[in-house]
Design a binder for this molecule. Structure first.
Ligand code: AMP
Length: 190
């Protein structure tokens, strides 16, 4: 069983790569962004609350996010392992995840980070925005804020897992297949 965190800035290709890894290794792909968009699409109270943060490019508060993630993890029945995409995004979420792993007698195997420069990801997000229908992909100011939030609140999560010797950094520039090959090479080692 392997339990991975796919890490990287917005637009680094986590979603695309996670879908490919999910198929190849039968991992359960859990994207907190997708979970929020599902709640928003269904106009739930959680969705309404999350929307007010997502539309500004801010993070949804930890308490809401951790609770949603916990419910999702508890609903997984198979034991192939999971792949977290977009979580944890703060050190407090990383700590909550560790606690949850203890409770469930599971362990995070590794955090795999996609290394992509800022100019490249902003271009990718704007390009994705043409078809994704995501309002947070279409506005330069919101994208800039997502980046700032990433640098200030999310990057320290890498260090958190680095202290546990669980991090791997991968060059996230290249074709989708090239990046996928690099990721698979690392996953095979785990
Ligand atoms: P994503 O699809 O991963 O780019 O996430 C889209 C938006 O959902 C983010 O900009 C945040 O507003 C929110 N979001 C997703 N995951 C988290 C998380 N782990 N913590 C807080 N907010 C999140």
């Amino acid at each position: 069983m392997i339990n991975l965190i796919l890490f990287g800035p917005p637009g680094s290709g986590k979603g695309t790569q996670a879908e490919m890894l999910e198929k190849k290794y039968c991992l359960h792909h859990i994207s907190t962004g997708d979970l929020f968009r599902y709640e928003i699409g269904n106009c739930t109270d959680l969705g309404k609350e999350a929307k007010s943060y997502i539309n500004k490019g801010d993070l949804v508060p930890d308490s809401i996010t951790v609770n949603m993630l916990k419910n999702k993890l508890l609903s997984i029945k198979d034991d192939h392992g999971f792949l977290l995409d977009g979580f944890p995004r703060t050190v407090a979420q990383a700590e909550a995840l560790d606690l949850l792993m203890n409770e469930l007698k599971l362990e995070i195997t590794s955090l795999v980070a996609l290394d992509v420069p800022e100019e490249e990801v902003i271009g990718r997000i704007l390009n994705r925005g043409k078809t994704s229908g995501r309002s947070d992909d279409n506005d330069q100011n919101i994208i800039k804020n997502r980046f700032k939030v990433y640098e200030e609140q999310t990057e320290p999560v890498f260090e958190y897992f680095n202290k546990q010797n669980k991090t791997v950094m991968i060059d996230g520039v290249g074709t989708i297949d090239e990046i996928f090959d690099r990721l698979c090479e690392e996953v095979e080692k785990l």
